[in-house]
Design a binder for this molecule. Sequence first.
Ligand SMILES: O=C(O)c1[nH]c(=O)[nH]c(=O)c1Cl
Length: 310
Amino acid sequence: MFEVTFQNYTFQSPLMNASGVHCMTSEELNGLIDSRAGTFITKSVTRQKRQGNPEPRYYETTLGSINSMGLPNLGFDYYLDYVNEYQKNFSTPMFFSVASMSMQENIETLKKLEDSDFHGFTELNLSCPNVAGKPQVAYDFALTEQILTEIFSFYTKPLGVKLPPYFDIAHFDQIATILNKFPLTFVNSINSVGNGLIIDPDKEQVVIKPKEGFGGIGGEYIKPTALANVRAFYTRLNPSIQIIGTGGIVSGQDAFEHLLCGASMLQIGTQLYKEGTSVFARILDELAVIMDTKGYSNIQQFQGKLKTIE
Ligand SMILES: O=C(O)c1[nH]c(=O)[nH]c(=O)c1Cl
């Protein structure tokens, strides 16, 4: 009922974690394997292990979350070891997230991944908003094109990019024109909405320590922006480039809306952090009720079929 074909593999569920949530350690990653997620993704990796930003660096509200983690991760080798072990025991392809700290580090990491036995999907994170002094790569269109040109000169494994939200139709047009030049497997929209601010009015203070309290916003706050980005890329990109929908998925209805806009796989971040891995089963159960009510027996019957008002 929930099968989704992604490139040349059919996942049994369209749901997975968003990179950064429940995916730092092998224990957390194993917890995703035991859930109703169809697959899972690592925390964005850097060449060397990183501590990340000082705490508090994550804060939840009723409507979502703010984070300025600063790319903490256990380093490329840790996650490659995990992948090698995982692939011995499971056939479901997993996702490996690579952060772009610098062009040089990008190339180095992806060359090692190319030469490895990894045979899952690679997600190049072009949208981390929380490394001080590092602008989000995908807001620099020329740099994005340069990085993708360099990567596709040697990388042959299925690769997609994790994008920040765009807010201007001209920007959708410009970045889509660039992305259509490359043999991308997918585009994942969106990353957190960068550099928001949540405050505590009682203490009259920000709620996270890094960057004077500025951080990426997730959760219900960002669903309209996430849906717009999913739809904008679904209607602009070559059909060979599939869309992963991320942002504001709390319920089966939110999942349905992302699929209607054209998403194939769906990533859950903030709500997974809040609820734990039982969130996948709950959302699938809620999605099943919606599909039954509407008379849909599979996702393909409505995927991407959002109507405009004529
Ligand atoms: O601060 C982070 O680690 C972080 N936080 C986000 O919200 N998105 C990202 O891509 C990353 Cl890399």
